[in-house]
Write a protein that binds this ligand. Structure first.
Ligand code: ADP
Ligand code: ZN
Ligand code: ZN
Length: 753
């Protein structure tokens, strides 16, 4: 027998099948990881078996497989097919794609199975006689520890782990060793699984579904293999309960399910909802697991001991046989697009995977990606709506406050009078508030304090970014730049501001406003450690603080019953962010933050939450429509704009990045690439070359980083049936474009800084 395999070396030079013979005594199947002699030096190298064949003709001697790495194939056949698709779709080596399917430490055997030692009384032992033999002449034990251990084992009458014995009898280890030596007890070892869970949560009783939920569950059940459902439901509408029911159906059919949640929402509260419904058949996968736990959770899935996984993005590759369902919760989250190698989109991979396995995909969100809603409108996805909150809890009341008029009437504090009053009232009556300020992003936009005028690009309809190093305002999409004016072109005011307020300042000001307020701050500065993000949330849920201040971290995941007020300190922080997606992101964030207010019943009483949004742009549709909880109107306006200006999803951005300590090199390389890209694209598109919307090259928005100058080429292509051949031409060009500091090309990167 012969095995065609891919060696575990991520290099395009060895990105092809190598054939080895399989010794008769080895049980090698498709998907096995094996060790093979590789290269001229025959270095033992790990490899993935892609295919087996009976015969192979070669005019050289074929080397043979040394051994298997695991007794079972680490990869399912369908995972190999998925990897082959990924390698094509994202232009990476098959090795890179296969590596996605396995816990990293499995490779190179850097993690081992955990075995537990147990001991029990030797079979056929005469306990009375043994105990008598352990006594001194005066009737006292020769070794009290040994006697104690022996008697405990006798009483239990079953094998006990040494760890358990130690818990009852501190220092039992030495006594166990002595008893083993005497042969009165025997030792066993068995493989166990390290568990990331501390104890099992209580089983829950499934609630009766609302009519809307019932309809949702039915349409998923009645769908066909490979179907994609878009579950559009407002915050608190009971989407998770729909997922739980769909998973139950998958399990009833003998299948398995994958549930993807943004990493930041993967709290014990989230995973417990699944575990209390399905118990130990639930495994988790996220970055807070130890190496051993991650390996063991993977193994539990691979060996069928768990059939449901709840995890972050990469769990879309989990080894689940007979996969019937994938759920992507909060499907609009940008973290579902991977930045590494390969740069996959989780939803695209999931669509592919359910097609391969005959499963179904459910995308859930209160604010779906524009492209998902567009696909639903066109019928490619099946749309399911949950328009109301559970239990008749009303959507929160949202008020916007115009910061410009606050400023003009003499209030230049970061809190408007309205928000300041509401905060005092809320804290005064023992309720809780969340203050949200999104400070993500690199450079801030230029904006007039008096009239709210924001500098935008004359060609692109996006905000210009302030560049400190040469005091200019620049467009990240077309390269337009202008010197910073001294006065506001709209009202003549000299109060032009470039930096926003950070969460730290919010905390300081809040303490001035309400002297004895207890507050917690949650942002990347305060959540460095392993659990501090959870610690802060737990403390807030317990009521240890009146106000939680934070970045988008506070927007996600939790039901906090005590919260009746949510304040958005500055909604525009993400609005004029020199990104064509900033309106969409702002709408999503505001909707999500607003969803935190008055979600649950407090003390049995139905309480409508209040949300105060402070903004300089009260008329911006992202703000206005989020305040009205009106996704559909937002979608219609935004998608029309994207179509009119040919921005994604109607076009594709490709970026090539060049870095060098020598600015001239970086600039020249970018210019040379731009020229070749133009030629390659014209060649590939021929008479359709008007689909090349533009090719520009110049300094990247962050022009210098870590002492390297950065220049980029940005290509905008209309999205048509020719797009993939255009992108293939660019990949081909990039593969052959060997200059120092070329960082490759990216398709629709999350950020273009
Ligand atoms: P979403 O995921 O849409 O934000 P959840 O699934 O978290 O909403 O549901 C919101 C709340 O309503 C949760 O506390 C959940 O336990 C509860 N809930 C969901 N469905 C039902 C139901 N059919 N009956 C009673 N309570 C429900
Ligand atoms: Zn002005
Ligand atoms: Zn522009």
């Amino acid at each position: 027998m012969f095995a065609k395999l891919i060696v575990d070396i991520a290099n395009s030079n060895v990105d092809r099948l190598f054939t080895y013979s399989v010794p008769e005594e080895l049980d090698v199947r498709t998907g096995h990881r094996v060790l093979v002699p590789f290269g001229r030096s025959n270095k033992p190298t790990e490899a993935f078996v892609i295919e087996l064949c009976e015969e192979y003709e070669a005019d050289f001697s074929v080397k043979s497989v040394i051994r298997t790495m695991e007794p079972y194939p680490a990869l399912l056949p369908e995972q190999i097919e998925l990897a082959e698709w990924i390698a094509r779709a994202y232009h990476c080596t098959l090795c890179d794609a296969l590596r996605l399917m396995l816990p990293a430490q499995l490779r190179g055997s850097r993690v081992k199975e955990k075995t537990v030692r147990t001991v029990s009384i030797a079979p056929g032992a005469d306990c009375g006689q043994i105990k008598a033999g352990m006594l001194k002449k005066d009737g006292t034990p020769r070794s009290p520890k040994q006697t104690e251990v022996f008697e405990l084992l006798e009483k239990v009458g079953a094998p006990m782990s040494v760890a358990d014995l130690n818990a009852y009898i501190p220092g039992a280890g030495a006594a166990v060793a002595a008893l083993l030596k005497k042969g009165v007890i025997t030792e066993h070892g068995f493989v166990t699984f390290r568990s990331p869970f501390a104890g099992a949560p209580e089983r829950d009783v499934p609630p009766e579904l609302t009519p809307d939920q019932k309809r949702a569950v039915d349409s998923i059940e009645n769908g066909s293999a490979g179907d994609v459902f878009l579950l559009h439901g407002v915050t608190g509408s009971g989407k998770t309960e729909v997922y739980l029911n769909a998973i139950q159906k998958a399990l009833d059919e003998g299948g398995g399910a994958i549930v993807l949640v943004p990493e930041i929402s993967l709290t014990p509260q989230t995973t417990d909802r699944f575990r209390s419904r399905f118990g130990d058949t639930v495994a988790v996968m996220h970055s807070h697991l130890s190496v051993g736990e991650r390996y063991d959770e993977w193994r539990r899935l691979r060996l069928g001991k768990a059939r449901v996984v709840v995890g972050a993005r990469s769990a879309v590759f989990a080894p689940i046989e007979n996969l019937k369902l994938i759920v992507i919760d909060e499907e609009h989250e940008p973290t579902y697009k991977a930045e590494g190698t390969p740069p996959y989109s989780t939803d695209e991979v999931a669509i592919r995977r359910v097609r391969l396995t005959g499963g179904k995909l459910v995308l859930g969100s209160a604010t779906p990606q524009l492209i998902s809603y567009l696909r639903a409108e066109k019928g490619a996805y099946k749309l399911i709506e949950l328009p109301e909150r559970i239990n008749g809890i009303p959507m929160p009341e949202v008020e916007t406050v115009d910061l410009r008029s606050e400023f003009l009437s003499g209030n230049n504090s970061i809190f408007s009078r309205k928000l300041a009053d509401d905060l005092k009232k809320c804290v005064g009556s023992g309720e809780q508030a969340i203050l949200f300020l999104n400070r993500r992003g690199y450079s801030s936009h230029g904006e007039c304090r008096a009239c709210g005028f924001v500098f935008t690009c004359p060609h692109c309809d996006v905000a210009l970014t302030y560049h400190k190093f040469d005091d200019t305002l620049r467009c990240h999409y077309c390269g337009y730049s202008a010197r910073v004016p001294k006065k506001c072109p709209s009202c003549g005011s000299e109060y032009i501001k470039y930096s926003g307020v950070g969460t730290q300042q919010v905390e300081e000001q809040l303490k001035k406003l309400i002297p004895n307020v207890r507050c917690l701050r949650m942002d990347t500065d305060t959540t460095g450690g392993k659990t501090s993000h959870r610690d802060i949330l737990d403390a807030f849920v317990r009521g240890d603080a009146d106000v939680l201040i934070g970045t988008q971290m506070v927007a996600k995941g939790l039901d906090i019953p005590g919260v009746t007020l949510v304040g958005v300190v500055y909604a525009d922080a993400s609005l004029f962010h020199s990104d064509y997606r900033s309106g969409e992101r702002t709408f999503q964030l505001l909707t999500q933050v607003a969803g935190r207010a008055g979600r649950a019943l407090k003390g049995g009483e139905k309480r409508r939450g209040l949300v105060v949004i402070q903004t300089n742009a009260p008329n911006h549709r992202a703000v206005q429509l989020a305040a009205k909880h009106d996704y559909k109107s937002f979608y219609k306006l935004e998608i029309d704009d994207r179509l009119r200006t040919l921005f994604p999803p109607f076009s594709v951005f490709v970026r090539a990045l060049f870095e060098s300590e020598n600015e001239k090199h970086a600039a020249e390389n970018a210019a040379a690439f731009a020229e070749k890209a133009g030629a390659a694209l014209s060649d590939a598109l021929k008479e359709n070359d008007r689909e090349i919307l533009f090719i520009s090259n110049g300094p990247a928005p962050i022009k210098r980083r870590e002492n390297e100058y950065r220049y980029s080429v940005i290509i905008k292509l209309a999205r048509t049936k020719h797009t993939s051949s255009a992108i293939n031409a660019l990949w081909k060009l990039a593969d052959g474009f060997r200059v120092d500091g070329f960082r490759g090309i990216e398709i629709n990167p999350n950020d273009m800084l």
